[in-house]
Design a protein around this ligand. Structure first.
Ligand code: MSP
Length: 478
């Protein structure tokens, strides 16, 4: 039988700065989802990458006195390195300055233009460079977007090309409402549906400007080279062009899920679907919208000096420790709060103490008894509830569930005083406990793959068990 396919994407991050914990969180969570689907036997295509055009990138390059291509090459390399270190299992690292991507985007926009869905008009209004988004005056807070620096919101009057978003929006609304394009969690779906409904009713949506005439750093509009294609039009199409470039389009299109933060859910629903409807392409099946987090109650920002980088996390907790604390902090429904004290606590209690201790004491006892792990065919299974949580991307719930099993195993060891047991009695309890540990390792594999592998090989069937090395060393914090 042909294997089922699964195509999953993260946002492609702006190639402006070094990766931070927000990018790592989304990427690690998407990776765990991708690995889960591979573990249940699917053929997985997992896209990550960088978004390399637009004003934001070009201004940043300028401020560092670099030419933009040289600048984005440097940033993209940093992203690639850190994802490799974090053991991200991506199939492709997509970059929008890839010449083939440019060709595909040009063809796509040209087709939409030729069928009459793009027209020229004057644009007069606000643009936030930080959001790379045209803003309505009514949405501004004291003259700016409310998220980025006030001077990033600028007034523009220029000739632009407009895409007929209003033509496709009613169909998009219908598709989202009917869950043909499913947005989860449901609360995030409701937010988008009500915003879109209201905009359609009030005739307030407007068409989307898809070009900028004052921007050099961008893919050119094919029929009018003085204009650059709006960066979001180019960026969203990366999910499509990547498969074409990789000759995997027939196999994997459309995407099973795009994982995105709530800041960009509008682009990935209303705008992306309209673009695909206009191009006559099949639509992605799901959008997984995550919430945002603050750090110890504050917004993460360079000026506050509270930016956490993925490499900070790795040096403190190791690769799997970092992956674990990130996956367990996924802000699923509401905005969350993270920070070292919360991470430390999780690492100490759930990893060093509970899981680490379980593996270390059981493997030590096994070694003392010359215990050989028995053949066990039932360990490669997801616990029923865990499977459901992975399917719904509730990684924090996966961990809660698996931790309960770890706690039960630890309690059993203590209550039954396993260290006092001998021969047959020892074997009987330990067979059960070892089988439990192997199941735990299997269930955690998408989140902490290397450690799970280690645990599985310590307790490999029909082999003598030897004492494990320390899996999660004590935190060494001054
Ligand atoms: N380049 C666009 C995406 C284009 S996709 C076709 C972009 N890039 S970004 O670098 O700003 O990354 C945004 C994403 O980073 C968010 O959607 C979210 O997944 C992640 N996060 C950034 N800060 C975050 C938090 N404070 N909390 C949680 N996730 C965060 O937008």
């Amino acid at each position: 039988m042909e294997k089922q396919k699964f195509y999953i994407t993260t946002p492609i991050y702006y190639a402006t700065d070094d990766p931070h914990v927000g990018h790592a969180l989304a990427t690690v969570c998407a990776d765990a989802i991708a690995r889960y689907h591979a573990q249940i036997g699917k053929d997985v295509y997992f896209l990550v990458g960088t978004d390399e055009y637009g004003s934001r990138v070009s201004l940043k390059a300028q401020s560092e006195n670099k030419n933009p291509q040289e600048f984005v090459d440097g940033v993209a390399e940093k992203y690639q390195e850190i994802w490799k270190t974090l053991n991200i299992s991506n199939t492709i690292f997509m970059r929008t300055t890839n010449p083939k991507h440019k060709e595909i985007v040009s063809e796509y926009i040209n087709k939409v233009y030729e069928q009459g869905d793009i027209y020229k008009d004057e644009y007069a209004g606000y643009y936030c460079i930080g959001c790379e988004e045209f803003k309505k005056e009514k949405d501004l807070i004291e003259g700016h977007c409310g998220i980025h620096r006030p001077d990033q919101t600028v007034f523009q009057r220029e000739e632009n090309y407009f895409f007929k978003l209003t033509k496709y929006a009613p169909k998009v609304l219908e598709l989202i409402e009917a869950d043909e394009f499913e947005i989860i969690p449901k609360q995030k779906k409701s937010e988008i549906v009500s915003k879109l409904k209201l905009a359609i009713e009030k005739n307030d949506l407007g068409d989307l400007s898809v070009s900028r005439d004052n921007l050099e750093w961008g893919i050119r509009i094919p029929w009018d080279e003085t204009h650059a294609i709006y960066v979001w039009f180019d960026a969203l199409l990366n999910y499509y062009s990547a498969l074409k470039i990789d000759n995997k389009f027939e196999e994997f299109w459309p995407a099973d899920v795009h994982v995105v933060g709530k800041d960009i859910s509008w682009f990935h629903s209303v705008i992306w679907l309209s673009m695909l409807l206009a191009g006559g392409e099949k639509l992605p099946k799901r959008l997984f919208v995550t919430s945002f987090f603050t750090i110890d109650g504050q917004k993460m920002s360079k000026s506050l000096g509270n930016v956490i980088s993925p490499s900070d996390l790795i040096s403190r907790y190791g690769v799997d420790g970092a992956r674990y604390v990130l996956a367990s902090s996924l802000p699923y429904l509401d905005d969350g709060d993270i920070g070292y004290s919360k991470f430390d606590e999780r690492y100490r209690s759930e990893l060093s103490n509970d899981l680490g201790n379980l593996v270390s004491r059981v493997s030590a006892l096994c070694e003392q008894h010359g215990y050989i792990a028995k053949k066990d065919n039932n360990v490669e299974e997801f616990f029923g509830k865990v499977k459901g949580f992975y399917e719904d991307y509730k990684l924090h719930e996966v961990l809660r569930e698996v931790n309960q099993v770890v706690t039960q195993l630890n309690t059993r060891i203590t209550e039954e005083k396993v260290w006092e047991k001998k021969d047959g009695d020892f074997e009987e309890v330990v067979d059960d406990i070892v089988s439990g540990i192997r199941k735990v390792a299997f269930n955690l594999k998408p989140i902490i793959p290397a450690t799970s592998q280690k645990i599985m090989s310590i307790f490999e069937s029909e082999k003598k068990v030897t004492q494990s090395e320390v899996l999660f060393p004590r935190l060494d914090i001054k």
